[in-house]
Design a protein around this ligand. Sequence first.
Ligand SMILES: CC(C)(COP(=O)(O)OP(=O)(O)OC[C@H]1O[C@@H](n2cnc3c(N)ncnc32)[C@H](O)[C@@H]1OP(=O)(O)O)[C@@H](O)C(=O)NCCC(=O)NCCS
Length: 396
Amino acid sequence: MTYQFEYGTVSNPEDAQQLGVIINQCFNDPSPSSWQTYSQDIVGLENFRIVCQAGKIIGGLAILHMGQWYGCECVPMAGIAAVGIAPEHRGTGAVFELLKLTLKELYARGVPLSTLYAATQRPYRKVGYEQAGICCSWEILTNSIQLSDRTLPMQPVIPICQETFYNLYHQKAKVTNGHLDRNHSIWKLVVEPRKESEDIFYAYLIGTESQPEGYIIFTQKREENSNLIYIRDWAVLTAAAARRFWTFLADHRSMVKKIRWRSSTVDPLMLLLPEQTNNIRFSEHWMLRVIDVSQALAKRGYPLGIETELHLEVFDDLLPENNGKFVLSVAQGRGEVTKGGRGELQLDVCGLAPLYTGLFTPHQLKFAGKLEAKATALLAATQIFADLLPWMPDHF
Ligand SMILES: CC(C)(COP(=O)(O)OP(=O)(O)OC[C@H]1O[C@@H](n2cnc3c(N)ncnc32)[C@H](O)[C@@H]1OP(=O)(O)O)[C@@H](O)C(=O)NCCC(=O)NCCS
């Protein structure tokens, strides 16, 4: 059986209300006020896309316009969130249509990348997304931190506003592949409790007010009869700030049993700990879709000191403009892309995602059957894309 769908935007309050009912049911959040906050204050109604059948809304998604850092360059990126199809319309191809037309629209608007967190990978792989980076939640018992270095002061920040932290975050994000160039809505989630929540946010600069070397923003929660600190955001730019960061957290040990924070699976911050008492609570791979191959390759940065060429051949069922051979010439940290060449490394657009971000090495991707390549092309790709593991602390 084939179904007919229409794709569009939310054009009136009735559409917004209908979409809200579906998204609330999909994500098990029955509160109309949280939909209102999410749709109006965080995403903006103009950034939702809907899929309809016979004029009736049956699903939708949210687009968050941001950037993502790769090789010290910020590449425009559309974050996709709140993908939901009404249960009675699932299995009909509606989600495929919705994602396909969203990606075509983003291509037409010149957005080279899209990133999302997937509750299930299959619908996203079908439209070209693949695992591309890490978001890992860590936990440690506060009394096992055992660091004591109070050389740097801790400055409480009141009121908490994004401007205070923006520069410090920016310095960290620029050198961390996968970090977001956060838009206003992601910053809002970082620095403000949701309207309906009773959380209190605490924030401190690490170091002097004129020369901060890091920051920490956290809430305190009660769980299973003990208190824990949940770090909402952090940046640590120097070794002194890292020692102060751990000391500050350890100073909560009389009342706070555990600390939770987000990081990569491998993080030098944890090298400062005396023992390996830190545990991963969960680790998730976010997915990325290269929407425009030429633009994506040209806009990211590359390791300095490498001068080489990679001859690629890309296959993309959804966006025909991405099909074909490309030459990526890398020099002085930048890449130039031209059509043509020998196509010595072949992959479909799904395989390109973890290669692009550096989540997996070209050898690992070959092993997983995600690419085919001559030995020389594999070596060039390894030089170009082997970098720090991509990760981000933000969940959207
Ligand atoms: C996720 C969701 C949008 C998918 O829509 P859908 O109409 O159910 O998807 P389809 O039936 O067209 O499935 C597309 C593919 O994904 C697979 N799939 C769908 N849901 C799946 C699940 N929960 N687990 C594993 N695979 C799943 C289907 O089998 C199909 O793969 P196939 O074509 O290879 O058989 C929908 O189930 C939904 O709204 N769920 C609740 C909200 C949610 O989880 N959103 C995702 C947040 S990232």
